[in-house]
Design a protein around this ligand. Sequence first.
Ligand code: NAG
Ligand code: NAG
Length: 345
Amino acid sequence: LQNKIKNPFYHLVLSVTHILGFSSVIALGASVICNKIPGLAPRQRTICQSRPDAIIVIGEGAQMGINECQFQFKNGRWNCSALGERTVFGKELKVGSKEAAFTYAIIAAGVAHAITAACTQGTLSGCGCDKEKQGFYNQEEGWKWGGCSADIRYGLSFSKVFIDAREIRQNARTLMNLHNNEVGRKVLEKNMRLECKCHGVSGSCTTKTCWTTLPKFRQLGYILKEKYNHAVHVEPVRASRNKRPTFLKVKKPYSYRKPVDMDLVYIEKSPNYCEADPVTGSMGTQGRICNKTAQQANGCDLMCCGRGYNTHQYSRVWQCNCKFLWCCYVKCNTCSERTEVYTCK
Ligand SMILES: *[C@@H]1O[C@H](CO)[C@@H](O)[C@H](O)[C@H]1NC(C)=O
Ligand SMILES: *[C@@H]1O[C@H](CO)[C@@H](O)[C@H](O)[C@H]1NC(C)=O
């Protein structure tokens, strides 16, 4: 919730919705809201004006992606925050790094997920359940499509039209972003689940109906985190005539292989994220909480990049050893414990 409140885009849409009511937003607020949202590309602004109902869902989807990013990277030096210009999708990393790759993929997946969920719930105009998956009988496996199948193709294409519309420059970073957006959406598509229900007397499965549902977003977070760990370094190949980057290839000597569809790709090495640096968008790790004994990324040695840490002591007080006394009250002792928290210098 904290993050939702901090996100200016979300806040704006919600407050306008709150004041005007949803239908008035559509009637008169669209162009006002759409002009106030920071960092929209021209084409995105047009979409925003024609589909103000969808823009709210897009904002929720992007926020879901950002929250998942923060969860997946909470123990790292880079914690999914960045310095720099505000956009609809939060502040952005300027370096075309693995971290940028993850961010783009998770937001593209988040928007497709949120749009599809809204269609299924009937809260978005122009879409609903997947009509192709209705009433059809699967003879081989003995079940029939029923319920409300999530219309994933609608969500994916909406995400593609809106998210990809911000890639207006013709450079290597654009190729990288488009590739990673697609990875996010493909991961979602591949993880759609089939849910079934049996019908018949006392649980006997005389007929069975099935429908497709969205995966839990957390699951996509873990899959993309794994892809982040194995992200592939690529470089652009330029057209011989106009020297514009036209596609990406794996950056290895004598290799002309294109990156695999499902791999996250990056064009620049990551900074170490130790110090705040507006050029790279790194926030640095000063003030981050670290673990004195852990040897992992959240250990103070690694997290603080050798600068050392500050120790804060405080005591934690709580009720303990509670007993139920006849009759009728509970008697507790007060326990306390001194704890220490460490933060990077
Ligand atoms: C990430 O770390 C910075 C300090 O480096 C901190 O200001 C920020 O609140 C952190 N963000 C999250 C989501 O924990
Ligand atoms: C710090 O790390 C150690 C070892 O990994 C772990 O047992 C401990 O619970 C951690 N402490 C905190 C406060 O997270």
